[in-house]
Structure formats: structure tokens, C-alpha cells
Design a protein around this ligand. Structure first.
Ligand code: FAD
Length: 485
């Protein structure tokens, strides 16, 4: 029987799965709940201002890196896509902002000036960052002798860092340091519960210019991928959530998505695993590891994004984390202590000439926003506007004149992530990359169902763009090899 695959979700994972299957002559159909592709990797345009709700950096963008080759394979990037790199990021520690250079020597010097007593540990840290930066990424398990040799030669520092640091929490690593401000700074860059591997990857790839921002951001990247998927003969049905999977004799035989469909041999869930296990499969098919993680493992904190279009440019950094000088209640008495701000000024396609698009991220509680939106849409919108107004008042002290320059405001809440993308608890990147989650062996099948395969950020803790694409391709390969038609 000819294989035909239904894919749940047109995020990066679903698109990559679809592209790889179509390339192998397997017909696919994606059902997507949202009105557009991309999932959480998305951007939006308001009155000529573009806001990227996703990409800060993409690991493996350097020409020749195996990850870059994979990006080009799925058309996330093209050979000529310009990659933009940041020179600095701002981090606030105890009300004092440090401008951290994303160049290893200057970075090391900044840390040494901050914490001379920890010189030995700073040297060791920077040496490791440098090695990660020099290394190629390893894009999935090697498929040939050539890629195996490449992985253990050009990718050896990546592999060594993975083995050595995946199980080490940032908070445990920093215990070897003595200077309180240095420790706080590192914890602001990456929370102490997360794996040190994530921190080294973030700093190493960005400093070595192997972790950049593609010009046009998520807006252009998703367009390239979905155009390519369509050109290969794939089809996406939007605004069509899958609401039920009917399983008989160990196989999914019917999916419900605005009607019932049975014209397929395999299903790939490239979507939220809580929704899959508990709603679509009604809790009837346990997946012990995922069930455990969904109950026990920490998730990325839900956030609200305040996007602001400005009629002028201001000295807003490309990435900065600052203390909130006033209390802002982002729901139910939750007061974040810091906010993150970014400007998109480095990409001229994001705003009209001499104008500027900026975005503020604040932590916010999921349940509050989810319930408010369901029970009182007016109150929900008023609350969003009130927080945006308070935030602009905060910004006007740092950037005089900014309030008068506001042309557009758009606010997304944790509920937006749930409404559009079904995200469990509004966790935009799934499970936090803590050592236990990174260590979990998550089977990409559910016991008792032969033709259902799992992919995406919820089966690869830590999430991220490269992970989603690799996961989509890996799961597509399982379908290609499967004999169970
Ligand atoms: C604010 C933010 C910043 C980020 N920054 C970075 C970064 O700088 N670098 C980086 O590498 N990564 C970053 N990420 C993470 C990265 O974007 C994600 O890990 C990745 O895009 C996840 O892709 P996915 O396809 O696995 O999941 P998703 O994007 O969640 O896609 C799943 C899709 O399935 C759909 N769906 C769900 N349930 C159903 C259903 N029942 N029926 C039909 N469709 C359904 C959803 O609508 C969605 O489109 C960021 C994410 C966010 C939100």
C-alpha cells in the first residue's frame, strides 16, 4: 500500500517532516490549528512594523556547518541568506547593567574586570566557550561513514561538551566561582536549573558567529519553508485543529479535523504532546516517559510579548535584560523583577525607514490569562493595554521621547500561545533543558499504536529551531523506513 501521511501541526517540525517525506515521494497533508504556518516560530506585521516573536539566534548558521546544510535542505535558509550577528548583549545584575561583548577576548576581559578573584575559572569557562565556537554542530545521528568521521573530527568539541556538560546544572557549575556578581550574571544569562551545555552552546556559537539571526527573521524563514513544502506537492489545511484520533487494532484509522478523514497510512504528531496524549487520545494510551515529564519536569515560563512600533529610532539594544524599576502586576499578583527588551533595528526590513520595531518580554502567569480570556474578553484586552501602558512609562525614563513616538502596540499573552498553538501551560519551548529532561529517553512512538509517530520540541527537551528541524527529519526517516503499511 502506498504511504500517505497526516501531519499534526505546521510548525518548524511539521514543515520539516513534510518536506523530507515529500522529497521521498510520500504524499503528506498537514492540519494546522492556526491560520498560518510556523507555530511558535512566527512574526507579525502591524501597520508596516514587523515583530519577530521567535528568533534571537539560530545555532549552526555558519556556512559549511552540518546544521546550516540542514537549514538549506528544508529551505529555512538559502545559500545567500544574510546572517546578522549581535556585538553585545546587556545584562543587569543588582541594578547595574553590564554590556557583554559577544567576542571571546573582550567577553573574558569584561568578566575579569567584574570578578578578578575568579580569574582561573573565567579562563576555563572562556576556553570551553571558544572550543564550542570552533566546533561544527552535529546535526542528528551520522548517516554515512563520511558524516560519522566529520562528527568525531570537526564536531568533537560539540560532542565532548555535550557529554561533559549536559548533566551539569548552571547553578552547580557556578559553585566553583566566588564572586557573587559574576554568579548572578551567569544565572541571568541562563537560569541555574538549566544545563550548562545550553549556556555553552548559546555563548560559543554566538561568539564564533555560528549562531546568528537570518535577515527577514521568522517572517521570511517560514515563508521559504512553507513555499518549498507546497512546491513539493504538500498541502496545508489551516484553521483546522485535529480534535480526535480514532485507534482500532493498534492503528490510528481516522482523524477528526472539521470532519472525519481516513485516507492515510501514518500520522506524525508534530504538535503539543499534552494535547495529543490527553485530548486527541483521551488518556487511553500512556507514554510513560512523556506522562512523567508532563507531570514533573519544569517548563519554560509563560510570557507576554509587548510589541511596539516607533516613529523614530532609540538606543534600544538588540538584546537587554533590565530590572523593572516599578512593580507591574502581570496577572494575579505576579510581579516580574526584570524585563527583556530587543530592537530589530539591525534588520532594515522590520520597520519603515528611520522608524523602529521593538519588543518587551515579561514573565506572566498562564492560568490567569487563560481564564480571563475565556470569561471576559473586554477585561482581557483592557488588562493587556494597561500593562503595555505601564511598560511604556517605564521605557520613557530610559529612552526620553519614546512615549510620543509610539505608533503601534500589540500584546500577546500566555493565552495567545494556547489559543493559536495549543501550547500546554503556555510553555513556548516545552520542557526546560534541565539535566533530567535532557537525559530522558523519549520514545517517538506510543506503546500500542503502530502508525503514530512523535516529533518536535515536546519530544526533544530544550526545544529550539535546530532541534525542531532535526526532530522532523528524524521522525520522517522512521516513517520512510517503516514496514507497517
Ligand atoms: C518567544 C520565543 C523565542 C524563541 N527564541 C528562539 C531562539 O532564539 N532560537 C531558537 O533556536 N529557538 C527559539 N525559540 C524556540 C523555537 O521557536 C521552537 O522550539 C520551535 O519553533 C518549535 O517548533 P515545533 O514545530 O516543534 O513546535 P510548534 O511551533 O509548537 O508547532 C506545533 C504546531 O502544531 C499546531 N498544533 C498543535 N496542536 C494541534 C492540533 N491538535 N491540530 C492541529 N495543529 C495543532 C500548532 O498550532 C503549531 O503550529 C523561541 C520560541 C519562542 C516562542
Amino acid at each position: 500500500m502506498t504511504k500517505k501521511v497526516v501531519i499534526i501541526g505546521a510548525g518548524l517540525t511539521g514543515l520539516s517532516t513534510g518536506i523530507h517525506l515529500q522529497n521521498h515521494g510520500i504524499q503528506t497533508e498537514i492540519y494546522e490549528q492556526a491560520p498560518w504556518p510556523g507555530g511558535v516560530c512566527t512574526a507579525w506585521v502591524r501597520k508596516g512594523y514587523t515583530f519577530d516573536g521567535c528568533i534571537h539566534w539560530m545555532v549552526g548558521t555558519r556556512k559549511g556547518d552540518p546544521m546550516r546544510t540542514l537549514y538549506e535542505y528544508v529551505h529555512a535558509l538559502e545559500p545567500l541568506t544574510t546572517i546578522l550577528h549581535m556585538d553585545t548583549i546587556d545584562v543587569t545584575v543588582d541594578h547595574e547593567t553590564q554590556r557583554l561583548p559577544l567576542e571571546i577576548k573582550a567577553f573574558e576581559q569584561t568578566l575579569l574586570e567584574l570578578a578578578p578573584a575568579d580569574a582561573k575559572e573565567i579562563h576555563r569557562l572562556c576556553k570551553r566557550i571558544k572550543k564550542v565556537g570552533r566546533s561544527d554542530m552535529v546535526a542528528g545521528s551520522p548517516k554515512s561513514l563520511k558524516s560519522f568521521v566529520h562528527a568525531i573530527t570537526r564536531g568533537r568539541h560539540f560532542l565532548w561538551t555535550l557529554i561533559r556538560f549536559m548533566h551539569v546544572k548552571v547553578g552547580d557549575y557556578t559553585q566553583r566561582m566566588t564572586d557573587y556578581r559574576l554568579i548572578r550574571l551567569l544565572h541571568t544569562l541562563m537560569p541555574p536549573s538549566m544545563s550548562m551545555f545550553a549556556m555553552l552552546m548559546m555563548l560559543g556559537t554566538r561568539m564564533a558567529k555560528n549562531g546568528g539571526f537570518p535577515a527577514g527573521g521568522a517572517r521570511d524563514m517560514i515563508k521559504r519553508m512553507s513555499d518549498h513544502y507546497h512546491a513539493l506537492g504538500g498541502h496545508i489545511t489551516y484553521r483546522t485543529p485535529i480534535t480526535d484520533l480514532c485507534v482500532k487494532d493498534g492503528r490510528v484509522v481516522e482523524v477528526t479535523a472539521h470532519g472525519k478523514h481516513d485516507d492515510f497510512t501514518h500520522v506524525v504528531a508534530a504538535s503539543d504532546m499534552h494535547n495529543l496524549l490527553n485530548q486527541l487520545l483521551k488518556g487511553a494510551y500512556p507514554h510513560p516517559v512523556l506522562d512523567h515529564l508532563l507531570k514533573e519536569s519544569p517548563l519554560f515560563d509563560p510570557i507576554m510579548l509587548i510589541s511596539i512600533g516607533l516613529t523614530k529610532t532609540f538606543d534600544v539594544p538588540l538584546s537587554g535584560t533590565y530590572d523593572l524599576p516599578v512593580e507591574i502586576d502581570t496577572g494575579d499578583g505576579f510581579f516580574p523583577t526584570q524585563y527583556h527588551i530587543r530592537s530589530f533595528d539591525f534588520d532594515p526590513s522590520f520597520a519603515p525607514e528611520r522608524h523602529s520595531s521593538i519588543m518587551v518580554t515579561l514573565a506572566a502567569p498562564f492560568d490567569f490569562w487563560h481564564q480571563l480570556r475565556q470569561t471576559d474578553l473586554n477585561a482581557y484586552n483592557n488588562q493587556k493595554n494597561a500593562i503595555a501602558t505601564q511598560m511604556i512609562d517605564v521605557l520613557k525614563d530610559r529612552y526620553p521621547g519614546i512615549k510620543e513616538a509610539v505608533a503601534v502596540i500589540d500584546v500577546a499573552t500566555p493565552s495567545t500561545y494556547y489559543r493559536l498553538n495549543n501550547l500546554y501551560q503556555g510553555s513556548y519551548e516545552g520542557f526546560l533543558p534541565v539535566p533530567d529532561a535532557l537525559n530522558a529517553r523519549i520514545d517517538k512512538k506510543i506503546p500500542g499504536i503502530d502508525n503514530l509517530y512523535l516529533a518536535g520540541q515536546w519530544v526533544t527537551p530544550g526545544g529550539g529551531i535546530p532541534t525542531a528541524i532535526m526532530s522532523g527529519i528524524e521522525t520522517a526517516n522512521m516513517v520512510i523506513k517503516s514496514q507497517d503499511c
